[in-house]
Design a binder for this molecule. Sequence first.
Ligand SMILES: [Cu+2]
Length: 480
Amino acid sequence: MGKEKEMAKGLNRREALKVFSASATMLAFPHISFAKASDGFLEIITRPAKKEFDPETPASSELWTYNGNTPGPEIRIKRGERVKVRLINQLKEPTTIHWHGIRIDNKMDGVPDLTQRRVNEGETFEYDFIAPDAGTYWYHAHFQSWKQVARGLYGPLIIDEDTPLFDKDHDITLMMDDWRLDKEGKLDLNSLGALRDWSHAGRLGNWLTINGQSRPDFTLKTGEAYRLRLINASNARILRLNPNLPGAKIIAYDGQSLKQPQTELLSPLEIAPAQRVDLAITPTEQGTINLEEISSEEPLSFAQFTVSGNEQKPASLPVLTENSLPTPDLTSAKNLTLDMTGGAMGMMGKDGKMLEMVHKGKKLSREDIRKTKQVWAFNGVANLAKDPYFQADRNETITINVKNNTAFSHAIHMHGHHFQIIEHSAKKLEGENPWRDTFLIKRNETVKIAFVADNPGKWLLHCHMLEHAAAGMSTWFKVN
Ligand SMILES: [Cu+2]
C-alpha cells in the first residue's frame, strides 16, 4: 500500500490552490447536442481532441473524446425507453462502448470478442437496447479500457423515473475523474501501460476534475432539494469524499435507489472506481460549501457549492421509487468461491514459491509474466479462459464468496446484473441490503454476494481498476 499512499500524496494539493482563483461556474452538466440522425439514432463519434487542464500552466493534452468532449454527452432517457446510439469510430484503433450498470441485452454489452466484434477505425456499430432501471449509470470504452478511459472515453447515462423527481436545475451530475498529468501539466501518455501501475494500485493520477473541469463552482438555493449524482470515472482511485453538505443523505447506490435514505456512510464517503452514489441535499443557509477529497493527508477541495438565499427550512425530499429486481433465493443457491491473488507483494506464496497462474490454458513462467503483464488471478486463472468461470441456469440464484488475498484494494464489477452483499468480513451488515454492480474489497477482506442470474448471455466479472482487469483480474460467466 506504500505506493498507493505515495501517489496519493502527489495529488494536486499545491496546484489546487492555484485553481481556487480560476474555478469555473456551472449550473449543471453541459448538455451537448447530438447529431441526431433521421433514423432516431444518436451519433457518438470517437475522436481525438485537445484539452488544457491547469489554467496556471496551460499545456495541451491529447485526449480521446466522444463528440469532442470529455465526458461525452449526457444521455438521458426515461426508464423502459430505448437507447439508440450509433458509434462512429474515428480513432486509429478499435473501440466499443460498455453501458455500465445497465441490465442490458447481452449483444449490446460492448465487450469486444465476447459479446460483439471490435469496431475498427472508420467503422460503425449500432447500440439499441432498453434501459430497464431508473438511476445513475455511465458509459465508457471497453477496448483496452486502461488506455481509452484514461484518455477520456466516458460519459454519463441517466435514466429518469417515470416522472422525474427533481427538475433539471435540481438534478446535478458530478462525473469525477483522476488524471495523471506530467511535469508540464499535460496528460502523461508515457506512463500508460506501466507495469508498475498494473502490479500495484493501478494508474493513480494527480489532478481531479468534475465534468471535465478543475474545481467547478455550482450554485444552489436555500430551501430547495437537490440530487447530486456522483460517478467515479477514475481508472483506479478510490475517491474518499467529505461532502460537508447540509442534510446530505445517500439515496441510491450504483443506480439503484434505497428504500430508506442513509447518512451513516457519509464521512468519508468512499466511491470506488465505476461506483455511483446519489446524494440528496437541502441547503438551508447561504454560504460556500467545499466538496473535499481526502484520500491523501491534505484534503483537496475539488468542487465548490455557492448557496444563495435567505435562511430556510430544509425542503422535504421526494421519495425515490425502487426498480424491480429479482430477489435471491439463498435456500436453493449455487454457491461459489473466488480467490483473488497476485500483484506486487503477492506473487510469492507463503512457502516462498512463485504463485502459480494459468493464462490462456498455459502455466505462466517468470518470463511469461514479464511478457504478458499478467500478474493477478481469479482462482489461479489470469484473464479470460476458454471456459467460463461458471454457468448458471436461467433464474438460478448464485452466491460468490470473494476472498481478497492480495495486498491491494479492488473494485469488482459484474456485467448484466446487480447483486446484494450478504456478508462482509469488515462490516456488520444491518438493515437494508443495497443493490450494487461494483463492490469494493480491501486487502484480507471477504465479501459474499448474491444475485439471480436472470439475464442470458456471456458476462464479464472483473476488477474495475482498469490496469488490474487488463493484468489478469477478469473472468466471465455464462447464463443459459
Ligand atoms: Cu483490482
